[in-house]
Write a protein that binds this ligand. Structure first.
Ligand code: 9MR
Length: 747
């Protein structure tokens, strides 16, 4: 088939550049085709294939027989090398492709043809028999003459026929201008405000002076009105905004809207019930993340799936996992646990903070003035263990704890008592891929001090919380925690490598003074022993100012010690000062929230939104909420409640970042098994799944192709390919669990 006329493309590009008035548009170089013979009119040269693929010409297309049963996408491929790429230049990568029979997955890449085979752009569409045309724009991150355009077709179960045509890599195109659909300019919490809680919204407008607003009920009657407060240009979005406070209105109802400047907001409720649902949905998320067990479709309609990473082909199983070559000469049974995120990896470091925060939600319910532990009790989560008289939250976390304990280096081995940092696939896999279909070899990565302390901290915390229900497990956990603590003291600086990021994330962290503090705090709270008390009191972290702008996360864990020392009963000398330090931290977050026209406790330095910013906002809210638990002062309760509005739609993108909540919600989170965007037979993530959120560094090529130059809140896209802005993870949902439970308790 003949290539579409390039003049048409050039005209479209020119039009686009003119319409969007790109500042750099005038400097665009001429558009130049980088692919040779993408139209297959008379030959398939110079395209190559892997040895197991035979390609030929069929009706002016390249068609190839692809074998089934290979492991990796690149095990069967067609490609072209010697492609020149220029750093900073934008390319339009386009092709048409079909696959017969239906349903096989293609991984199309532009990358490096030589080691380390970096990928600069990739997409993984599912192929149709009738064929589809695909077109993407991305910007090259490098200068190279060794580029490659590759069509990877391995990893599919049965043989199939692949055809492609009109392959083009056009250089010098204008960078794509992506315009998100942000809906009405009145931004509200699309889910719900509490009747007896703060109610704030943000209006995007050019107006400088105050504007009238109206609150309307479901039948359109005006039930409250007032005037906006102009706030100037908001740094986190670059927008001129006003804020609206309608907190004086306290009647319950559904289907309210807020009207201002000729715009009507998305509808919302004034009702607490959504938070009672969210308390459970955010926790139910963990059952469907379980590895090593079948997920019951009866318990989670639409989400049933076969057990992942057990000894059933093509899985290699997590029952006898070896180390990476040269790391150890034993194998471990590391079945179970939760998958970390949208990948199939299991990481002790991130598993630790997730476990702490979910268990902390339970522990808070025991001690906080508004805590309602019965809401997390047996039967609350509809999991296989429901009905065993153990609170369901504890049953769910036990699934992860048992895995964390299995990651400990056994007695008699070098580094006994330490914990392996992580276990995951040898190579990254494509999307979609059910856990039970992952053919990759699984490997244990070297033990690290950080992982060992994550184990010590969470096993110690578990020892006190599970004691009323399972004394033997509590004793085992405490024993493991003590062993881990001793091993970490003996090996205080074994850090995971920053470059060990093939097949799984690195989670590397070279500063573990905070992990030592966290583990000592948990061991102290459980045992009351002098040695741990002394370690806590002597640690520089104990008195350090730890509540900074970014907030706590898997790498910055001091708060996981400090918040518990402030709230879990103990005889710690100076405990009042610890409580005061939390209040001081909360005051700072509250000041940030008050100054922020979008009303959130997050304003990172240089407006650089971090990876998983949504959970950092939640974690800052946790500090504010804890200040309320400590002091009972209503300003902290109000601040914690108001922080939720941002996540549910009071934001520059007018999106709710929690699946199934709000009129316009995130639902295409990066995941190998909730991959509905790639395969209509698969589900979206379950209700109550949090998306990572704006990330200024936009590490993934898809986000780079859409969001180059984005400002703060705009560095997000609800697309499954955007793993750096739109993944879901067990640690991010843990922050949602903790805040959802706090809010539900305020009703
Ligand atoms: O959330 C993590 C981020 O803070 C790190 O910088 C990054 C690199 O280690 O990893 C992120 O976590 C990912 C992990 O490595 C692998 N599973 C998915 C996680 C979320 O993207």
């Amino acid at each position: 088939m003949k290539r579409r006329r390039t003049t048409l493309l050039a005209i479209t590009a020119l039009l686009a550049a003119a319409l969007t008035a790109l500042p750099t548009g005038s400097a665009q170089a001429e558009e130049v085709e980088q692919v040779e013979n993408g139209t297959f009119d008379t030959t398939t040269a110079p395209w190559w294939t892997t040895g197991n693929v035979t390609a030929g010409l069929t009706d002016g297309r390249l068609c190839a027989d692809i074998p089934g049963g290979t492991t990796n996408r690149w095990d069967a491929a067609v490609g072209q090398n010697d492609i020149t790429l220029v750093k900073g230049e934008s390319y339009r990568f386009a092709f048409s492709a079909s696959g017969t029979p239906q349903g096989n997955v293609l991984r199309a890449i532009v990358g490096l043809s030589a080691a380390p085979y970096d990928t600069y752009f990739e997409v993984s569409p599912q192929l149709n028999v009738s064929g589809d045309s695909y077109s993407y724009t991305f910007t090259s991150p490098v200068d190279t003459t060794q580029g490659q355009v590759g069509f990877q077709l391995g990893g599919n179960a049965a043989p199939f026929t692949f055809c492609m045509d009109d392959v083009s890599l056009l250089g010098g195109v204008p960078p794509e201008v992506y315009e998100p659909d942000t809906g009405p300019r009145v931004r509200v919490n699309q889910v719900a405000y509490l009747p007896a809680g703060p109610k704030n919204a943000t209006l995007v407008t050019d107006a400088a002076a105050k504007l009238p607003w109206q609150l309307k009920n479901a039948s359109g009657a005006v039930v409250a009105h007032g005037r906006t407060t102009p706030r100037g240009v908001d740094a986190s979005s670059g927008q001129n905004v006003h804020s609206i406070d309608f907190g004086a209105y306290r009647a319950r109802g559904t289907g309210f809207t807020l009207v201002a400047d000729g715009e009507t907001s998305r509808p919302f409720d004034i009702d607490p019930s959504a938070y009672e649902r969210l308390r459970l949905d955010s926790l139910k998320y963990y059952y469907t993340q379980r590895s090593g067990t079948a997920i019951s479709d009866d318990l989670r309609p639409g989400y049933g799936r076969a057990a992942g990473h057990v000894d059933v082909a093509p899985n290699q199983g997590d029952g006898e996992v070896p180390c990476q070559p040269g790391v150890c000469d034993y194998t471990l049974d590391v079945t179970g646990g939760w998958y970390d995120a949208g990948d199939h990896g299991k990481y002790v470091v991130n598993g630790g903070i997730s476990t702490w925060e979910v268990l902390g939600t339970y522990e808070r319910s025991l001690y906080a003035r508004t805590g309602q532990s019965e809401k997390l009790g047996d039967g609350s989560l509809n999991i296989p263990e429901s009905g065993n008289r153990v609170p369901d939250l504890l049953d769910e976390v036990r699934w992860e704890l048992d895995f964390l304990l299995k990651m400990q280096v056994p007695d008699g081995q070098p580094l006994a008592g330490m914990a392996h940092h992580k276990i995951h696939d040898e190579q990254w896999t494509g999307l979609p891929l059910m856990p039970s279909d992952d053919p990759q070899k699984r490997e244990l990565h070297p033990p690290s001090t950080a992982a060992t302390l994550n184990l010590a901290a969470t096993a110690a915390q578990a020892a006190r919380l599970y004691r009323p229900y399972d004394r033997a497990f509590a004793a085992k956990a405490l024993d493991a925690a003590r062993t881990a603590w001793a091993a970490a003291l003996e090996h205080p600086a074994i850090h995971a490598s920053e470059s060990d990021g093939i097949g799984g994330g690195t989670y590397s962290d070279n500063n573990v003074t905070d992990e030592f503090y966290w583990a000592a705090a948990q061991l102290y709270l459980t045992t009351g022993e002098k040695a741990f008390q002394e370690y806590v009191l002597d640690s520089p972290v104990h008195t350090a100012d730890i509540f900074g702008g970014l907030g706590f996360d898997w790498a910055r864990t001091a708060a996981a010690g400090r918040l518990d020392l402030a709230t879990v009963p103990s005889r710690l000398p100076g405990r009042d000062k610890v409580r005061q330090s939390v209040i001081k931290g909360a005051d700072r977050y509250l000041a940030t929230l008050k100054a922020h026209p979008y009303g959130m406790p997050y304003a990172p330095g240089d407006n650089l939104y971090d990876w998983g910013s949504n959970h950092q906002i939640l974690n800052n809210a946790v500090v504010i909420a804890t200040a309320y638990d400590i002091s009972g002062a209503s300003k902290y309760r109000e601040g914690a409640l108001q922080s939720m509005d941002y996540l549910f739609g009071r934001n520059a993108l007018n999106i709710s970042y929690v699946t199934g909540y709000g009129e316009a919600d995130a639902r295409n989170q990066h995941s190998r098994w909730y991959a509905r965007q790639l395969d209509p037979d698969l589900p979206n993530p379950p209700r109550g799944t949090l998306a990572g959120g704006p990330n200024s560094s936009i590490q993934d090529p898809f986000a780079q192709s859409k969001l180059q130059g984005c400002i703060g809140q705009f560095c997000y896209i609800d697309d499954i390919q955007s793993w750096s802005t739109n993944e879901h993870t067990i640690n991010w949902n843990a922050a949602l669990v903790r805040m959802a439970s706090f809010v539900a308790d305020q009703t």
